[in-house]
Ligand binder design. Structure first.
Ligand SMILES: [Zn+2]
Ligand SMILES: [Zn+2]
Length: 170
């Protein structure tokens, strides 16, 4: 359990001094982690495998967790599971940087947090919905149409499209 404020700031001096090919696994398990201003990940688990290569330290990680998003249609909260992998090289010096442009500090510290944030945000849908057929809120009275039929006409583009599709499939 790492519940320090910076669980992903790693001091890897001991790996730098190993032979090329040496690998070290670092497990993570964090109950709650605020990965960016508006994203909290719960039950955040993962493993980072750090390998010593001639050019630097290669980080291969697998992470998963759970976040709470808001349905864009009915505004209810919904749980969203995330999982992602990352592979990035932290180079020993500028000459060996890879595409990701990461260089290790002289103190052999690396911070995985910005990388994790970047990957985690890619896992968040732009328009999360609680269920595929979420009816959303009534445009007229604001009630949740999943729970109640208020009688107002709420014909969205999507529902007229699915009505058309139903007709074609008949
Ligand atoms: Zn919804
Ligand atoms: Zn209504």
């Amino acid at each position: 359990m790492r519940n320090t404020p910076h669980p992903f700031r790693l001091n890897l001096g001991f790996i730098v001094h190993q032979e090329v090919g040496y690998k070290h696994e670092i497990p993570f398990e964090i109950e709650k982690y605020q990965i960016s201003d508006d994203l909290e990940i719960r039950n955040f688990k993962g493993v980072a495998i750090i390998s010593r290569t001639p050019q630097g330290l290669l980080v291969q990680g697998t992470f998963s967790g759970e976040s709470t998003l808001e349905c864009v249609r009915c505004l209810k909260e919904l749980k969203h599971n995330l999982s992602w992998e990352l592979t990035d090289l932290f180079a020993f010096n500028e000459k060996s940087v890879s595409e990701s442009d990461l260089v290790m500090g002289e103190d052999a510290q690396i911070d995985l947090q910005p990388l994790l944030r970047e990957y985690a945000l890619l896992e968040i849908p732009i328009n999360p919905i609680c269920k595929n057929n979420c009816k959303g809120l009534c445009f007229e009275c604001g009630q949740d149409l999943n729970a109640i039929d208020c009688g107002h006409k709420n014909i969205s583009e999507e529902s007229s499209f699915s009505a058309l599709k139903d007709l074609l499939e008949e």
